[in-house]
Design a protein around this ligand. Structure first.
Ligand code: NAP
Length: 314
């Protein structure tokens, strides 16, 4: 098989897989490269209730499995290879993986982003068992329970407002005594009777036997430790972490225009600053990072890649 493709897609989360479906269905020879198993962040989600049309009890893995099947049905190739460098300077773009160098008429970068973690003991073990990085995905599971919301930026405060529609009580934990979030959002939070704020504090430890049961906070000014335990009647509570995210954009920093916080800048057609290079999903600058918006980005990027190839190579 030749190493020259119409489209190479970097990343096999919902954005990359949607791009794969659309590109392959448009009869473009398409290669999807992914360093891990396909799916991206969605595979850690047990229930996907907000993806339009998803079947009852759809899980992240089941949704991804179907997307992969669709990619294959339309003829997209998928390889488990880590991309280690890119060269977007020529008309044919070069993508070097751990196994080979590929050339492509168009590239779709869909390498995603990951939520920044607290990095405290217990966090990794309790993801999906009380610890969450996505209120839109998981708020419903905490209906009438207590939740903690970690962070002081726009996301943390907006998500705290959203969580307050479900939870009995929301406690925002912020490491300073002043929020980074916009004043308009702060004002709404301060007026919300369900939300209380714990300033100058960071999470030291999360504990639980299979489910989150206690959270220890350290006051950064006094070093005092306080342990919050789940109410006996609840048995658990939620800990939602919104302390920023980390885009997988390191490989592209010398060629693509990035925002100050490292996300790829695109226009609404997913075009980057380099003709023939598109970005889709969580890795690009956008306001809502969800499966549905990632899939939409992927579809747009593939259609635009097709149009680009049509004009640039014919
Ligand atoms: P962010 O603005 O980077 O805020 C991250 C928050 O987490 C900050 O309050 C930060 O504290 C805190 N933090 C970072 N590392 C921490 C750690 N290790 N432990 C404890 N706290 C930590 O991230 P974001 O809120 O996700 O927003 C990302 C971007 O999207 C921003 O530009 C934001 O304005 C934008 N956004 C806009 C909207 C909107 O316009 N409606 C909505 C959401 C997001 P410090 O403040 O002390 O640094």
């Amino acid at each position: 098989m030749s190493n020259i493709y119409d489209v190479v897609i970097i990343g096999a989360g919902p954005a990359g897989l949607a791009a794969g479906i659309y590109a392959a269905r448009a009869k473009l020879s398409t290669l999807i490269l992914e360093k891990d198993s396909p799916g991206g962040q969605i595979v850690i989600t047990e229930e996907v209730a907000n993806y339009p049309g998803s079947v009852e009890n759809a899980t992240g893995p089941s949704l991804v499995a179907r997307m992969l099947e669709q990619c294959r049905e339309f003829g997209a190739e998928q390889k488990k290879e880590a991309v280690i460098s890119v060269d977007f300077s020529g008309k044919l773009k070069k993508i070097t993986s751990s196994a080979a160098t590929y050339e492509a008429k168009a590239v779709i970068v869909a390498a995603g982003a990951i939520p920044r973690k607290i990095c405290c003991p217990g966090e990794n073990d309790l993801v999906g068992k009380g610890v969450s990085y996505c209120a839109t995905c998981d708020a419903d599971f905490f209906t009438d329970l207590e939740v903690f919301c970690i962070g002081g930026g726009d996301t943390a405060l907006e998500e705290a407002l959203y969580l307050s529609k479900f939870a009995r009580k929301v406690s925002i934990v912020h490491r300073r005594n002043e929020f980074r979030a916009a004043k308009s959002i702060v004002d709404k939070v301060l007026k919300n009777p369900k939300i209380s704020i714990i300033y100058d504090s960071v999470v030291e430890e999360l504990k639980g036997d299979g489910i989150l049961e206690s959270l220890s906070l350290r006051n950064v000014k006094t070093n005092e430790l306080t342990e919050y335990k789940a109410a006996e009647c609840d048995g658990t509570f939620g800990c939602f972490v919104f302390i920023g995210s980390l885009p997988h954009s390191e490989l592209f920093k010398d060629s693509l225009k990035l925002s100050d916080d490292g996300y790829i800048c695109t226009d609404e057609d997913m075009k980057t600053n380099i003709p023939g290079v598109f970005a889709a999903g969580d890795i690009r600058v956008k306001s809502l990072r969800q499966v549905v918006t990632a899939a939409a980005d992927g579809a747009i990027a593939a259609v635009q890649a097709d149009k680009y190839i049509e004009t640039a190579f014919n």
